[in-house]
Design a protein around this ligand. Structure first.
Ligand code: CA
Length: 234
């Protein structure tokens, strides 16, 4: 497994590389956005650790360009308290983020979580068959980690997939943002509650169609979200 570390501060890149190598990952390092794209194209990676403030090409742009071609997990490194950065990074398709200054052990836990097979973290209340919702039009394939609408795979990130399958695992239930984070993304996830809104917004963008502008996800004001799917039986 190879991790591409995109970080312009050599000291930080070295620490991340040292921790990753100790856990058995290969690493490569790009000190700026253009080098990151060149390395991505020549060598690829199984996961990308991406600083946002980068010379030559911003981290958000690196994220957008990689995401246009690949669903590789991307973990962003953001300035402390930079909620706007977090939201814009998640908008570009990043899977997760860690705020600077960060503990390398926390970063490694996030990396392991992204690389862990999805079947270990999927919601408990499902079987092997794809879960159907939206009157059978949306299929959640937990074996293949694939969301399909009318048979066509929808390119969603891992976190988006886990959040949608959590909502669909109990279709009439309303989930609070906190419950969504804990159930879909794990107990140890230290996200802002509001990042759930960003994931939901992205899911809606990908699933929406005329008559279903909300992408089958209903906002329950003051509570959270639930599947907007009258035809799904509990
Ligand atoms: Ca930087």
């Amino acid at each position: 497994m190879k991790i591409l570390i995109v970080e312009d501060e050599p000291a930080i890149a070295e620490v991340v590389a040292a921790y990753a190598q100790r856990e058995g990952y290969e690493t490569s390092w790009a000190p700026d956005g253009l080098t990151a794209m060149a390395l991505w194209e020549s060598e690829g990676a199984d996961l990308v650790v991406l600083d946002l403030m980068l010379p030559k090409l911003r981290g958000e742009e690196v994220c957008r360009r990689i995401r246009a071609r690949s669903q590789v997990p991307i973990i962003m490194l953001t300035a402390k308290g930079g909620e706007t950065d977090v939201v814009s990074g998640l908008d570009e398709g990043a899977n997760d983020y860690v705020s600077k200054p960060f503990s390398p052990r926390v970063l490694m836990a996030r990396i392991r979580a992204q690389l862990r097979p999805a079947r270990e973290v999927r919601p408990k209340s499902e079987g092997a068959a794809p879960l159907l919702c939206a009157g059978g039009r949306i299929e959640i394939d937990l074996e293949r980690v694939e969301l399909r609408k009318d048979g066509t795979p929808i390119p969603v990130t891992r976190s988006e997939f886990l959040i949608f399958s959590t909502l669909a695992s109990r279709p009439i239930r309303t989930w609070s943002r906190d419950e969504i984070i804990r159930t879909a993304l794990g107990e140890d996830y230290e996200g802002f509650d509001r990042t759930v809104d960003t994931y939901i917004k992205n899911l809606r963008k990908k699933l929406a169609e005329p008559g279903h502008e909300n992408g089958w996800i209903r906002t329950v004001y003051g509570f959270g979200y639930r599947l907007d799917d009258a035809e799904t039986q509990p």
